[in-house]
Design a protein around this ligand. Structure first.
Ligand code: NAP
Ligand code: FE
Length: 370
């Protein structure tokens, strides 16, 4: 058994954790603050907290508040040129995975003249330091070395991977997530669960990544079941647990990557506009059923850890949360399969599906039994 582990992000967790630890935000002379275009970073107080901390440190800043969900590479190049014009020497990402991934991409593109291929291959020599403040409990991007961008050249989303993308510091304040809309709460919690599930059932899983995956599944499985049964939002303590669990799952995928639910889910986002976590959630049940035929013991362990007594129980809980997927035309169906078959993360699954099995998984996603 051989494995390695490196998670260099300094993590602060807890309500109001930024203020007493703001010294770690001292990463340069001028901060490029990156937030979403919907303005949630202002409403939940995170932006004000960062601005106050930077002012107390005597650090200049510029606010770039134009990130769209599932950020596109072209927009990141444009944002990076603003960061250069502003002579920013570090980046602070505030928001969901979209803003955090945007912050990481901007951090690279602000200092590296790379073409698209070099960027996606991780062939760049530097990146500005990044601080991350997650305001959703889902992606774990605050602790991962990935930035996932929409890339129209190949009709899908593609990830940049480099150890240079690990944020230097992450402040996880659960209070920022208290007013997350119901739908975003569900989508992001399902995403975090998928990270735990896919990482535990990855060929790249190690004892240490599995430790993180298992704890994430234990916490998130119960939270998802409760949300699915009650139809209500988590309370503050549960939101805190969700943020913690999504970070654990992020640490796990930092080392294992994701696999088939993410690879196939990207097309539901790219072509049908479905939010990332929900898109991934559509595939979770059919993927678990496929894997159960090949690796029963491992799948059953994951489901039981998460508190699901049967496969049907798992299906029912996830489906109730995600709702039915949109219908696909035969052409879309073919495009989804073709794009997925080229995804790098397909190879991470402990059992890799033959083309006909992948087709079967996608059919299951859309079938009546779903
Ligand atoms: P998101 O796209 O970042 O945010 C979804 C929506 O929630 C946006 O409208 C956002 O509005 C809003 N929002 C965020 N925080 C809020 C808050 N506290 N209160 C109210 N509204 C809030 O969604 P996400 O699921 O967190 O991130 C998805 C992205 O992350 C995808 O692109 C996915 O591929 C990527 N991802 C990355 C990793 C990684 O390791 N890097 C892992 C998994 C997924 P604003 O416009 O105001 O921000
Ligand atoms: Fe994800």
């Amino acid at each position: 058994m051989e494995w390695q582990w490196s998670s260099p992000t300094r993590i602060f967790f807890g309500r109001s954790c930024l203020t007493p630890n703001s010294g770690y935000l001292n990463l340069g002379r001028k901060a490029f603050i990156v937030t979403g275009q919907g303005g949630s970073a202002r409403r939940n107080g995170a932006l004000q907290d960062v601005v106050r901390a930077l002012r107390s440190l005597g650090i200049e800043f510029f606010v770039y508040d134009q990130v769209k969900s599932n950020p596109a590479l072209a927009d990141m190049r444009a944002a990076a040129s603003i960061a250069r014009l502003q002579t920013a020497d570090f980046v602070v990402g505030i928001g969901g995975g979209s803003s955090l991934d945007a912050a990481k991409a901007i951090a690279v593109l602000a200092v590296s003249e790379v073409d698209d291929i070099e960027l996606f291959n991780g062939h760049f020599a530097g990146a500005l330091p990044v601080a991350a403040l997650p305001t959703t409990a889902g992606t774990g991007s605050e602790v991962t070395p990935y930035s996932i961008l929409t890339y129209p050249a190949i009709n899908t989303k593609k990830s940049i991977f480099s150890p240079l993308l690990f944020p230097r510091v992450a402040y996880l304040d659960p209070a920022y997530t208290y007013a997350l809309p119901h739908e975003v709460t569900i989508d992001t919690a399902v995403d975090a669960f998928a990270h735990g599930f896919e990482s535990l059932l990855s060929v790249r899983s190690s004892p240490l990544s599995a430790l993180h995956s298992r704890e994430a599944l234990y916490l998130l499985g119960r939270l998802l079941t409760k949300m699915s049964r009650s139809g209500s939002d988590p309370d503050q303590e549960e939101r805190s647990q969700m943020l913690y669990a999504s970070m654990l799952a992020g640490l796990a995928i930092s080392h294992t990557g994701t696999s088939i639910p993410h690879a196939l889910g990207y097309s539901f986002t790219y072509f049908k506009g479905i939010p990332h976590g929900r898109a991934t959630g559509y595939v979770l049940g059919p993927y678990a059923r496929f894997l159960d035929k090949r690796e029963k013991a491992r799948v059953q362990e994951a489901l039981h850890l998460a508190g699901f007594s049967t496969m049907a129980d798992f299906f029912c809980t996830i489906n109730k949360l995600t709702g039915p997927p949109p219908p696909l035309t035969p052409e879309e169906n073919a495009a989804f399969l073709e794009i997925c078959s080229r995804a790098k993360n397909l190879a991470n699954s402990i059992a890799s599906p033959a083309p006909c099995e992948l087709e079967y998984i996608l059919n299951q996603v859309q079938s009546e039994s779903h």
